[in-house]
Write a protein that binds this ligand. Sequence first.
Ligand code: NAD
Length: 477
Amino acid sequence: MIEKRQFYINGEWVDPVTANDHEVIDPSTEEACAVISLGSSADVDKAVAAAKAAFPAWMKTDPAERIALAEKILEVYGARKDDMAKAISMEMGAPIDLSSSAQWGAGYAHTKNFIRAAKSFEFIRPLGDHAPNDRIVYEGFGVCALITPWNWPMNQITLKVIAALIAGCTMVLKPSEESPLNAIIFAEIMHEAGVPAGVFNLVNGDGAGVGSALTGHEDVDMVSFTGSTRAGVAISQNAAATLKKVHLELGGKGANVIFADADDKAVKRGVMHMMNNSGQSCNAPSRMLVQRERYDAAVEEAAAAANMVQVGPASQEGRHIGPVVNEAQFNKIQGLIQAGIDEGARLVAGGTGRPEGMNRGYFVKPTVFADATNQMTIAREEIFGPVLTMIPFDTIEDAIEIANDTPYGLTNYVQTQDAEKANRMALSLRSGMVEMNGQPRGAGSPFGGMKASGNGREGGVWGLEDFMEVKAVSGWD
Ligand code: NAD
């Protein structure tokens, strides 16, 4: 059993102020795989004090120095791929092939993209020819609390930590208590890369303890949070008393709009995208809207595609999906599948219970519902499991209305070979991102949501700017 009880504060590994053991459960086996500590407000005080002390000097470093440090981090991160991937698989259940590719790779790509964006970023720039002595100065926002979820852990950690570091901020990271092991490896990477003491700190803990101590702390200037909309509301309220800047990356209920003229692979691609990471992605295309002419065939295709998806433990190599993260999520998903049946949607693949032959582990059957309405629970709630909801539509106007009729606004998807229709959809959908015809967004493009999916953007130049103050200076010589 792995034992990692210490926190990383002010450049060294330290014991928690008060012992409070927490077992990390491997969702493939339901057995404890590690013991960590859950911190308290006393640990948060120490970490915030270290970050506060480090900030004035770090903020004034030459951006080139911070970029060079990020390059070193990238190098060390590359060397830790195997143990990072193993930790991710063990603690949150992603199959090892996914952990060592997209899960680990997202962290690598974001770090690279931030370095690229920062190299051409003008940290001090002229206002314009009309005001020749004015300068706009971009500088680190201050001490940041970075709170992350478990579903794509290195993706979210690097989106925050690397951007904050290059921007000139100091920080305390609180990863999810479900996936602390990869964050501990990440802290080792930061140490080995030579991040100065106090610039990056790690305190493990849960939302009620460390999370709320950080978001209410008077010496924290900014909170960057990724997680559920419910926790986003609690964090905003807690941070309001000290007027912190709060950046929120929250849930989603993306629509994948498939027009009759979509390419042949559109339905299967949508199902596979939905099932990826066992449906545990904020930008999962969880509502498949299909134009009536193609609807019956699409339902058959989607059911067949879901029935082909293999389910297996995270340690097993090959293409399959793993368990969902924990017992609470497993039970919640079972309840939502039952709600779909009770409310009258037509179950065409999967259903409640574990896949055949699996008695242990939080494995969920790849499930598809057809003939749903957009008012059903399965179309409104973020399920965060391998469950697809199919809804027919007639006209482009209907598609826009159904897609936008959700509290969320993170990512929508459009499948059509008609460019004019595609562009009209892109301009009508109320979401931070629109992906068309299976084409992934380019490296360094902004990631974030509208409405209940949050505010602000992560990644690339937008992600850097989010961690900076903008200072207007006149009379510059
Ligand atoms: P969660 O909200 O339960 O927890 C996320 C993090 O917040 C954890 O570290 C948790 O300990 C902490 N936390 C919880 N309550 C808190 C509180 N009151 N104060 C401070 N911290 C608190 O979410 P989760 O189950 O870990 O992750 C799944 C959710 O994250 C889904 O809703 C998903 O859509 C969302 N998500 C969003 C994005 C995005 O970029 N928009 C990306 C990934 C996941």
